[in-house]
Design a protein around this ligand. Sequence first.
Ligand code: BTN
Length: 267
Amino acid sequence: MVNSLSQRQVLDAIDTEWLGQNCTYYPVVQSTNVILREMADRGEPAGTLVIADYQHKGKGRLGRRWLAPYGTSLLFSLLFRPDWPAEQANWLMMISALSCIRAISTTTGVITGIKWPNDIGLEKHGYWSKLGGILLEGNLTGDRFSLAVIGIGLNTNIVEQQLPKGYTPATSLLVETGKPVPRIGLLKEIVKNLERLYTQAESGHSPYKEWKELLVGLNKTVKVSDPYNNRIVEGFAEGTDPTGRLLVRESNGKLHHFSAGDVSLRS
Ligand code: BTN
């Protein structure tokens, strides 16, 4: 049986003040991020939510595709108009990850972490398994971070055989818990957490400390693929800085500050 969401279900579930109140559900879209970006350009307000059961051109980070069979995942995007200093742009990524991790724990009991920069997942038998990801697409106006579309994809009810066979091993909440997860309850929790954390960030509270506590893979030797310079850097992941950059020191002592990339443990 195909399990679809509906506009009514989403509207009834969201119990926030503003985040997600202006919402549109689509059974099928190209990408919720793309649709929401178009809506933002037409003047839709901060807090607008677009959610779909299927994306035929779902976008992942670094130009990758995001794949999920119909009705098996949480696929949604939220619009923010922050007017924050540019160096705080990653706060949105941090509070989104925190919201997902807390909501997953409350709704399913599954404890997850963050693999820099924004993978949500868990370590299984010593290997990282990805449960979801966050795609932040934003605009700067001068030196202000003025518009952001946050896209969240979480593998909720994908059966093992249908998990994406991508660059990193994947898992789903169904696989982890052995039972289907009500997507709408999870959405409700994520949006509620995110509204609260966004309000705190608006008043200047940095989410950095809480975000950092959930990072996995620090204080280890890693390989980072650097998309801007088309190279791989191997070194010791010393930590992160308050803007969310990853600090990796090569054996020759050189310290790199990564603002994007993929991390893998040294083989
Ligand atoms: C990543 O590469 O880890 C980020 C994946 C983000 C996927 C979500 S699914 C909903 C939203 N719409 C998109 O096209 N992408 C994001």
